[in-house]
Design a protein around this ligand. Sequence first.
Ligand SMILES: Nc1ncnc2c1ncn2[C@@H]1O[C@H](COP(=O)(O)OP(=O)(O)OP(=O)(O)O)[C@@H](O)[C@H]1O
Ligand SMILES: [Mg+2]
Length: 284
Amino acid sequence: MFNSAIFKKLEKNDFRTLIGIEIGMRQHRWVPSEMLPSFSKLFSEEVRYRIDRLLGFNLVKKSVIPYDGYRIHFDGYDALAVGALTLRGLSAIGDNIGVGKESVVYEGVYDGEPVILKFHRAGYTSFKQVARQRDTGDRNHWIFIARRAAKREYEALVTLAALSSAVSVPAAIDHNRHLIAMSIAPGSELSKTAVDDPDWFLDEIIEQIRKTYAAGFIHSDLSEYNVFVSPDGVTLIDWPGYVTTTHPQAEFLLERDVKNILSFFNRKYGVTRDCEEVVGYVRV
Ligand SMILES: Nc1ncnc2c1ncn2[C@@H]1O[C@H](COP(=O)(O)OP(=O)(O)OP(=O)(O)O)[C@@H](O)[C@H]1O
Ligand SMILES: [Mg+2]
């Protein structure tokens, strides 16, 4: 969980030390302490003082085997990303509204407007296996994986919204490292909402899938959990796993998206649609 009490205590040189560790982690699984002064551009005495603070705040982890080294902790990486967004317009982080396998989501305020803050966590669970196989620099460390996922999602939101036939997605506002700020999708999650005109909503969703496909993309993680519904229409969220229509599994993934949605509408509302027909329509 993001700890704003600790975040508020952080000073410039705490951030520099964290950034020094982050830089070192491109090459080292545990960043040797003697490298930190040059990575963070601080005197070694200052680094020692900062490291003790960061350890106390639980923002970094220390290893003494096979040498004294440091690694950034989840919360430390969160602090760096929040620090960067704070310089550009983020002014508050509010309630946590969701913890998933792949992300932690908060409400926030950016440029005076309410926003969603999504911290990517992808890669964290698979990291332990990777770590066992590797002793040196670790491009597969979760922070790099989570950062790639966030960048990917941010770019998808930008691209899909900019199309002449725009897909209805949250507006991308900002991103840094594994964190994205985006607009709040109107309405509520399809899975948690009783809609009174299921056929209309289903058509709206199919239309979004079609526009996405026409632009060369497939969501590939579509389900009632990643669709928001409001009286004005639908919004598709959660895009880090999108593929392009040239992906070898493109057809399978498109069909799976369509099937997930159709079977939800069938289960919950008794709506029957032919999957092949819908897929055919989407691919026109
Ligand atoms: N732009 C948004 N507007 C409103 N709510 C959002 C938005 N983005 C995310 N959420 C909320 O946070 C939850 C998790 O976000 P998202 O689906 O993007 O991440 P996730 O990695 O799939 O998480 P999970 O592993 O739980 O599925 C969503 O189900 C939704 O309730
Ligand atoms: Mg989701």
